[in-house]
Design a binder for this molecule. Structure first.
Ligand code: E4P
Length: 216
């Protein structure tokens, strides 16, 4: 299973990379807006690509085919690892097909139903991003969506990789792994939560106390 970090913050990305668990990065306009004052978004994306040798998702903001393709071509020039995030709309599917034919990888985003994921895969998306946390927020069990997409993709041997997105807590990651999702894109805070266990902390404390009693 691959772990991506869901942030545009370079300090968080560097820290996650330094613990040896990072396979890629996802950004979106909201995450880039949080980095306001730290440079233009293209410079931030380039810097991210220099830190992480894996897919780095950058999202288009145009909503028409021509505009999305133009932005995608521009963004894909930034670095070979840039993957273009395209929303699941009718025009978005057209764009995924066009970009696929040009050899530009896409991450179909804002996926909230299994059939949207299948459509994106059929159009040629390299990745699909179902949003589990936002479904939980709307009183639906977000992880049910992952289970369905994993089943459908297995049924038809679909090569498109599933990125579990809108992750809010460690359980989302654990369940993603159990279900066999390819990737979880995880906020930095949740990565830190994944590492922690109270029994580990107690264990370290006790070992250090006992070490004082050891003849040296
Ligand atoms: C990543 O690809 C998504 O844009 C992100 O996970 C959305 O997360 P949110 O629902 O917490 O905004």
């Amino acid at each position: 299973m691959k772990f991506f970090i869901d942030t545009a913050n370079l300090d968080e990305i560097k820290e996650a990379a330094s613990i040896g668990i990072l396979d890629g990065v996802t950004t979106n306009p909201t995450l880039l807006a949080k980095e306001k004052g730290k440079g233009d978004f293209k410079t931030i994306l380039k810097k991210i690509c220099e830190v992480v040798d894996g897919p780095v998702s950058a999202e288009v903001v145009a909503t028409d085919v021509e505009g999305m393709v133009k932005e995608a071509e521009d963004l894909s020039q930034l670095h070979k690892n840039i993957v273009i995030k395209v929303p699941i709309t009718k025009d978005g599917l057209k764009v995924i097909k066009i970009l696929d034919s040009k050899g530009i990888r896409t991450n179909c985003t804002l996926v909230f139903s299994p059939i949207q994921a299948l459509l994106a895969a059929k159009a040629g998306a390299s990745f699909v991003s179902p949003f589990v946390g936002r479904l939980d927020d709307a009183s639906h069990v977000g992880m049910d969506l992952i289970e369905d997409i994993v089943t459908i993709f297995e049924n038809y041997d679909v090569a498109t990789e599933i990125i579990v997105a809108s992750v809010r807590n460690p359980l989302h990651v654990v369940e993603s792994a159990i279900m066999g999702a390819d990737i979880a894109t995880i906020p930095f805070k949740v990565i830190e939560q994944l590492i922690k266990h109270p029994l580990t902390d107690v264990g370290i404390k006790n070992f250090l106390e006992d070490w004082k009693k050891v003849d040296k």
